[in-house]
Design a protein around this ligand. Structure first.
Ligand SMILES: *Cc1c(COP(=O)(O)O)cnc(C)c1O
Length: 368
């Protein structure tokens, strides 16, 4: 079957590896792992993980067990952590695939302890909530854990982690508050453990909060994939993804002519191009009227609503020879990052990346 793609996603594995090396050097002497949940934030975990492993990454964090099982085949030697932890009945899968559950609550610790007592000790990571109220042991649960003399020895805990809520706002007071609570918890907990654990605290933006936040192991996700870890400042990361769409058709329209669903009325007489991608490909419908593509570096605003499979753009300011049917138009690239597109859509770059759908032709540029 010959398929001519209407939209193409390019993933630059060399840029991914370079981003890993930059983050690792910023976190040094701490080690650097990778959050690779949600299919490596939409980029494709089966290609991203071996690239990161080759760049030196040995610790991979995913959200759910299914992601971890799939990842195991691509990085046989790495430590893989499952952030949602065991849910009951799935404990054997962790051992079968050598996966490390993150224990987030007293019930999860009790579940894992029972399983270890019956089946033999199996390593887990312990997550302490220091200010997010999402996952992780509450202060009361930590007291319970510390108060049970047999417990710290009952489960091997190679890693202890906590997660920052506001690391992308360096001046936010919660960053220091979480750091203080994290240090206080470690001071009490670590001496009780038979082996000194790896302490993991910083996500992408947390690495840039400075050495106080680094501890032993950083866990960046977004910055690896090109998202700016320093919102408002220039992005130190390389762009990893490019997305281009093909012009399917062009036409002249009059001022006031109806365009697309809901009959948007064009504010001027101009040329329109129709692109072969839409919200079914993960381009948010909230970009209707406000998004833009780039043609030869020139901004071509979206006109009217984003459809399921189509977007119309105003190419009135673009030299006609650049915008013929069949020509490629930039959606993500040098002129527009995932952060930019997210901001225009009223969301964040993270959501743009994780929304990228399967229908694109995907091209991976190999890391050297
Ligand atoms: C997603 C996630 C990360 C990575 O965060 P980024 O902001 O993408 O760097 C790290 N730790 C935990 C617990 C996470 O859920």
């Amino acid at each position: 079957m010959t398929v001519v793609p209407t939209a193409e996603l390019t993933i630059d594995l060399g840029a991914l590896a370079a981003n890993y090396r930059l983050l690792k050097s910023r976190a040094a002497p701490a080690d650097c792992g990778a959050a690779i949940k949600a299919n490596a934030y939409g980029l494709g975990a089966e290609r991203a993980a071996p690239t990161l492993f080759a760049a030196g990454c040995r610790h991979f964090f995913v959200a759910v067990l299914g992601e971890a099982v799939a990842l195991r085949a691509t990085v046989p030697e790495a430590a893989i952590y499952v952030l949602s932890g065991p849910l009951g009945g799935d404990e054997g899968e962790f051992r079968a695939h050598r996966l490390i559950p993150v224990l987030n609550s007293r019930p999860q610790i009790e579940l894992w302890r029972r399983w270890c007592a019956a089946e033999g000790p199996a390593p887990a990571a312990l997550h302490l909530d220091t200010g997010m109220s999402r996952l992780g042991l509450s202060p009361a649960e930590l007291e319970w854990f510390i108060g049970d003399a047999a417990l710290p020895g009952a489960i091997p805990l190679p890693v202890i982690l906590s997660h920052l809520a506001c690391s992308d706002e360096p001046a936010h007071a919660l960053n220091r508050e979480q750091l203080t609570r994290w240090r206080a918890a470690l001071d009490r907990l670590v001496p009780l453990l038979p082996k000194r654990p790896i302490r993991s605290f910083a996500n992408s933006s947390g690495i840039f909060l400075g050495p106080d936040f680094h501890f032993d192991l950083a866990r960046p996700g977004a910055a690896l994939y090109g998202i700016n870890p320093l919102p408002g400042a220039s992005n130190p990361m390389r762009q990893v993804i490019g997305l281009k769409a093909r012009i399917l058709q062009t036409r002249h329209i009059d001022q006031g002519q109806a365009v697309g669903y809901g009959a948007h009325r064009s504010s001027r007489a101009t040329r329109l191009a129709t692109l072969g991608l839409g919200y079914a490909d993960g381009i948010p419908r909230s970009l209707s009227h406000v998004g833009a593509a780039y043609v030869g570096g020139i901004r071509a605003p979206f006109v009217g609503r984003v459809s399921m499979d189509l977007i119309t753009i105003d190419i009135g300011d673009v030299p006609p020879h650049l915008a013929e049917p069949g020509a490629w138009v930039e959606i993500l690239g040098p002129n527009q990052s995932a952060d930019d597109l997210g901001a225009a859509a009223g969301t964040i770059g993270y959501e743009i990346l994780t929304a990228l759908r399967r229908r694109y032709q995907r091209t991976y540029l190999a890391a050297e």
